[in-house]
Design a protein around this ligand. Sequence first.
Ligand SMILES: Cc1cc2nc3c(=O)[nH]c(=O)nc-3n(C[C@H](O)[C@H](O)[C@H](O)COP(=O)(O)OP(=O)(O)OC[C@H]3O[C@@H](n4cnc5c(N)ncnc54)[C@H](O)[C@@H]3O)c2cc1C
Length: 383
Amino acid sequence: MDFSIPEELRMLRDSARRFVQQELLPLEPLYANEADIPDDVRARLQAKAKELGFWIFDLPEACGGGGVGYVGMCLVCEELARCNVPSFRAPTVFTPYLGPVLFRCTPEQQQKYLYPVINGDKRTCFALTEPNGGSDPSQMLTTAVREGDGYRINGTKIFITGADKADFVQLFARTPEGVSCFLIDRDTDGMRLGQSFELMSPDRPWEVVFDNVFVPASQMVGEPGRGWELAREFLDVGRLIHGPKAIGRAERVLELAMAYANERKTFGEPLANRQAIQWMVADSAVELNAARLMTMHAAWKADQGMDFHIEASQVKLCADEMLMRVADRALQIHGGMGLSRELPLELIFRDARSRLITEGSSEMQRMIIAREMLSGRSSVNRL
Ligand SMILES: Cc1cc2nc3c(=O)[nH]c(=O)nc-3n(C[C@H](O)[C@H](O)[C@H](O)COP(=O)(O)OP(=O)(O)OC[C@H]3O[C@@H](n4cnc5c(N)ncnc54)[C@H](O)[C@@H]3O)c2cc1C
């Protein structure tokens, strides 16, 4: 078993680290508590990323990408996650928010939707959650009823990240064959933004209303009734990427906590000399390392084309809960300063809390894992 990182990926990760230090961290004081960065700043950073050869580093070579796969994606994402510049919590400076659904499109749909997103000319969002419940999408009320050569869509989605900036929505709606996926352009009659949600984290997701929206059948992705498979594929990738995002943030707060523990003296000695503090550091380091190994294993399976559905849920559960504990300890080690807005700890703590709910709550990840195990579809040893 070889745990070494291939040389080209190591170089990519090191360049990403430099980019974060030189380009992104200086922006943190300006935008850390904003939902997004201004469009002109985003355009400048994306242009720089393109110039340095980062742009779409993770996408397949067949569509012009760097083809570094999920392992490479995780290594870079971990570096980007060390910075609290909005929308770089997701790696969108190096690659568009896209998901795997658009790769399942017809060549005509790909020309209209996939490639403009890849080129950075269009943006998209993923709309599954509804007001009556995100955890149980079988309760979906949004309908797409067949009418002539198209579908008539009615319903409401909530908590949709990036809906305000999206040129089109990847929408999931109930059709007679089951749930289906549609691509809905922003200016389509009857589609509108509803309220935006102000949360404890800086995210500002949106409600999106579909009121008698008509789309031609050519706007459907894949076969009618195949929407669950597409949504699951999207969520599996999203949950896997929760791993490096949590690891990058946890690394940062643990480094801050260790530096503070070495420097801060109480009762004549540095905090680092106290066993209570040492154990917090040790537990954090152990949990961080476990989450990293789990993430890399899942990413490796994804790169081999192996099923990683259960691994994606394990990664999300393990890494996000790890970040919550590591951020909590780091904040505690800092005492009053940990609560101060002068340091990034309280923001990372708030963000960590929200991650236990987004893209499927911790309870849902436990449910998926238990279901796969108890049904016999998954075994105890997944190596
Ligand atoms: C910042 C943010 C961004 C988001 N972005 C998007 C997006 O882009 N697109 C999108 O479609 N959605 C998005 N969501 C929605 C998110 O996926 C849902 O909020 C999440 O799936 C939980 O659904 P819910 O809020 O309806 O909670 P509910 O489903 O109502 O659940 C409430 C609580 O009950 C628990 N629970 C539910 N059922 C069970 C059970 N059977 N057993 C035990 N516990 C249970 C849940 O774990 C949760 O803690 C976003 C949410 C947030 C906060």
